[in-house]
Ligand binder design. Sequence first.
Ligand code: HEC
Length: 124
Amino acid sequence: MIIDLRSLTLAALALAAPALSQPPAKGDAAAGDEAFQIHCAICHLAESGGQGPSLIGVFGRKAGSAPGFAYSPALAVANVTWDAAHLDRYLENPQAAIPGAAMPYALADAKTRADVIAYLGTLK
Ligand code: HEC
């Protein structure tokens, strides 16, 4: 039997191509922990919050609903339940994701966002 290596290679490339054009599906929580300390901890002490609300249990929580934090009106009425997709959009550009949102910070890098989101998933 003659195996056509060229068409095998093309088939392999065709299979790999969609994966290469996608952002990483799952972030690395350990790298996300480090990135969180650099980018987020100054406002979001994981335990108690600070200048920003506590992010303990943020996955599955309704936006703007951590007790005791004075949210912007925009976040308080936003009809969003935090999951990975919503967090990704919000962290990329809070004001575009939720117009009027008051968080003065954004994470442009998709890989860092995926890592930080994986880390947020560990905060329970
Ligand atoms: C300069 C301070 C500051 C930094 C830095 C910051 N945040 Fe925030 N964050 C806030 C404030 C203030 C709010 C509340 C916004 C509002 O009320 O509209 C907020 C809200 C949030 C919310 C919504 C929480 C909820 O209860 O609905 C998430 C999620 C969040 N921040 C994640 C992050 C992550 C992850 C980082 C790091 C990449 C980060 N923030 C960096 C100040 C900050």
